[in-house]
Each structure stands twice: as structure tokens, then as C-alpha cells.
Ligand binder design. Structure first.
Ligand code: PMP
Length: 316
């Protein structure tokens, strides 16, 4: 779908995956004027295809579009376009439990600009790719590095929306950490350098007894849909969930730490290295709470439990 600045998107059409043409002076190429989303379609045992809360992705894209001076598809247009793309590619959806079809909606400033102004034209497109499960051999602990020199987002910046530049800012820190054997980087706030923010592409939770704490959403943390869902699931299971400032010191006596995201679902954290010191959780085993929430959410997303919250959308 395409539209001009100040206009609304019209219904789009399906196209074969291929190279798209862009002016060298497109807003997205020069000033990073772009947003993306990520969601998954899964196949249920009975063959039905399931999406998880796609309207939340649509709403997050709309919120981001406002920040990035872009028009955006309506929630209905977004969900219809996701549905049409998934149904056209259903042969690529792995069998139940073997993975999913990753869906990548992209909204870009595709019109030509020279000076720093919003692009005169926008393109909304969706591509898909089959992916295996994040944990190939079952859920297993990940290892994080707190990089005190790099910040993912700054107050007043674009960290709270899913814009391209946020990922440009973490690429080096993440690549360097992975070369040293860590799974990913856990970022701290850049003002006090002592509060947890998030990981390169997932949110973080700290468990102490019956209390599960997660950094409150402010402009520097992406409002994850898995995060929002896990908060509700955990509360429904009797946990007390707190959204607040979480200090890095709280990692010292945490029982468990886990991350949440569309790709990772719920990832138990096995260790966090901070100023060269390694804090370990669970002796290589997955924590009880992480395992419980992982199972609850994956079962829900796979259509294996009663969907009381009406989060799962069946496509056929
Ligand atoms: N934080 C960042 C920076 C991310 O890129 C993602 C992945 N979209 C998340 C958190 C988790 O968000 P969600 O649960 O919506 O996938």
C-alpha cells in the first residue's frame, strides 16, 4: 500500500516477494524514517492458523507513526493485510510445534527528500518467512552482558517506538557481546546508569518470591506485546507484578530473571555479567516461574488452552 503525506492508505494488493524500487533520496534511506513490527502465525494441530493479538502490533505501529511524522494504516487495514499475506503463504507455515511464520510489517518513507523533512510518500508492506523455534532443544537459559558504555535509547528520543534507528544503535553492542559468548546485552538507563531498561530486542523481568518486577514503560523502553501479555498472565496466576524503576542492584538477590518478546516468548536468564562479575541464576536450570509463564503463554498462543482474554485470532 502507498499513500502521500496527509492522506490515508488505500487497500493494498499481494505481490510476489522481490526487489522493491526506491529513490536514492527516499526518506527512509536518508533519515531513517521507518517503522517495523514483528508477529508470528502458528499452525494448530487441527490445521487452523493462529495469530496472537495482531491489533496490538497495529496500535503500536500507529503510535510509532505519530512519533515519526508518518501516516499509518488503520488497525483494520493492518490486520486485514497481515491476514491476507499469511493466508497467501500458508504453505510456508511449519507444522505445529516446529516453528512459525514470522511476519514483518514495514512502514517506510518512500518518497524523495533532500532536506530534513518528512517524506512526501509512504509505503506499507509485509513480508513473511518461516522460522524455527527460538529454543531448538527446549527452553534453555540465556546469558546477558550489561554494557555500561552503550545505551539503546535516550530520554526524549525514539526508544519507545519500533523505529529502525533503535536497532542501528544496538547492532555494535550486541555483535560485540555475541562474539564474547553472550546471548545479548542488557541496557541500563543513560541518566543514572543504574536502572534496567531492556535487552536489544526483548523486555526484562526480575523475580523475587511472589513478586515479579519489570521496568515501567517510558520513552526509552519498547512496550512489548509479550511483556503486556505476561503481566496479565502472571497476575492471573497469583503473582504480584510491579511496573516501576528496577535498579541494577536488585539483580544481586533476584531468584530469577527472564526476558520476553515475540521471538523469545519467555527466555530464562542463566547469567548476567556486570562490571566483569557474573551473577548466576538457577544453576544452569530453567527457573520455576520462567518455565511456568513460558508454558502458559506458549500453550495459549498455540491454541492449547482456553483463551479467556480473547487474544488468539483464528484465520480459517
Ligand atoms: N524490546 C525491543 C527493543 C524489541 O525489539 C522487542 C521485539 N519487538 C521487544 C522489546 C519485545 O516486544 P514484543 O513482545 O512485542 O515482541
Amino acid at each position: 500500500m502507498k499513500c502521500s503525506q496527509g492522506q490515508s492508505f488505500k487497500k493494498g494488493e499481494l505481490q510476489r516477494f522481490g526487489i522493491i524500487e526506491l529513490s536514492p533520496s527516499a526518506g527512509v534511506l536518508n533519515y531513517g524514517q521507518g517503522l517495523f513490527e514483528g508477529l508470528k502465525a502458528q499452525r494448530k494441530q487441527d490445521g487452523k492458523i493462529l495469530l496472537f493479538r495482531p491489533e496490538e502490533n497495529a496500535l503500536r505501529m500507529r503510535m510509532g507513526a505519530e512519533r515519526m511524522c508518518m501516516p499509518s494504516p488503520t488497525v483494520e487495514q493492518f490486520v486485514d493485510a497481515v491476514t491476507a499475506t499469511v493466508l497467501a503463504n500458508k504453505r510456508w507455515i511449519p507444522p505445529p510445534g516446529k516453528g512459525s511464520l514470522y511476519i514483518r510489517p514495514l512502514l517506510i518513507g518512500s518518497g524523495a527528500v533532500l532536506s530534513l523533512v518528512p517524506s512526501p510518500e509512504y509505503t506499507f508492506l509485509i513480508y513473511v518467512s518461516p522460522v524455527g523455534n527460538y529454543f531448538k532443544e527446549g527452553i534453555a537459559p540465556i546469558h546477558l552482558l550489561i554494557d555500561t558504555e552503550v545505551h539503546r535509547a535516550v530520554p526524549g528520543g525514539t526508544g519507545g517506538v519500533k523505529t529502525l534507528g533503535n536497532y542501528a544503535s544496538v547492532l555494535k553492542a550486541q555483535t560485540t557481546a555475541q562474539a564474547k559468548g553472550y546471548t545479548d546485552v542488557l541496557y541500563l538507563d543513560c541518566v543514572h546508569k543504574k536502572y534496567l531498561e531492556e535487552v536489544s530486542s526483548c523486555n526484562v523481568f526480575v523475580v523475587k518470591g511472589n513478586v515479579i518486577s519489570t521496568p515501567a514503560i517510558k520513552g526509552t523502553i519498547l512496550p512489548g506485546i509479550t511483556r503486556k501479555s505476561i503481566i496479565d498472565v502472571a497476575r492471573s496466576q497469583g503473582f504480584q507484578v510491579e511496573e516501576r524503576l528496577v535498579a541494577v542492584d536488585e539483580l544481586l538477590d533476584a531468584d530469577e530473571v527472564f526476558c520476553t518478546g515475540t521471538a523469545v516468548v519467555v527466555s530464562p536468564v542463566g547469567s548476567i555479567t556486570y562490571h566483569g562479575e557474573r551473577l548466576s541464576y538457577g544453576n544452569g536450570e530453567v527457573g520455576v516461574v520462567s518455565q511456568q509463564l513460558y508454558s502458559a503463554l506458549t500453550r495459549l498462543q498455540m491454541g492449547l488452552t482456553d483463551d479467556k482474554m480473547n487474544w488468539v485470532v483464528e484465520l480459517n
